[in-house]
Design a protein. Sequence first.
Length: 192
Amino acid sequence: MLDVGCGVGSFAIQLAGRAEKVDALDRSAEMIDQACHRAPDNVECVLADILTDPLPADGYDAIFSISALHHMSLPDVLPKLAAALRPGGVLAAIALPRPDLAHELHVEIAAAVGYRALGTLFAARRALRRVGGFPKSDDQSMPVEMYPPLTTREAAAQVAMLLPGARVRRLLYWRYLLLWHKPGNPADLSSR
């Protein structure tokens, strides 16, 4: 598995409990240094830029990215990720869209209300000395370079041209999910 834009390695560490080998890739030396100190033996922390450094062709069963793809041009990054997947592999990414109130006002309102409600619930639980609220992020120094350039609809249109059959759907709390299965089941290929 590959975690693109791994930051301090939190998700790669979770993947390590389910996979034999995980590559945790980030272009920030500070993030990779922190990830290396936390990661188990089956996680290889890689300082690299997904846009300029090579990846193995057909090398991964799954590629994940959480809150990194909106910092890159989809036409530049998606073909590279697709080439790095084995046939039958899956690409799953969560990214931030630019607000699109004309088409997603209902989602924005639900997210704002839900966020406030959960914040109030977690504050009350903390006051009662029970389980804490949102987990404290340990990656406050995460480099952020750009405001999300695409709305969910614009991202979906680009993804459809680049990865036929991919699905992009808006999630609550200011995210969208990109999910794509690379054609060609490995079992089908080995029987030939």
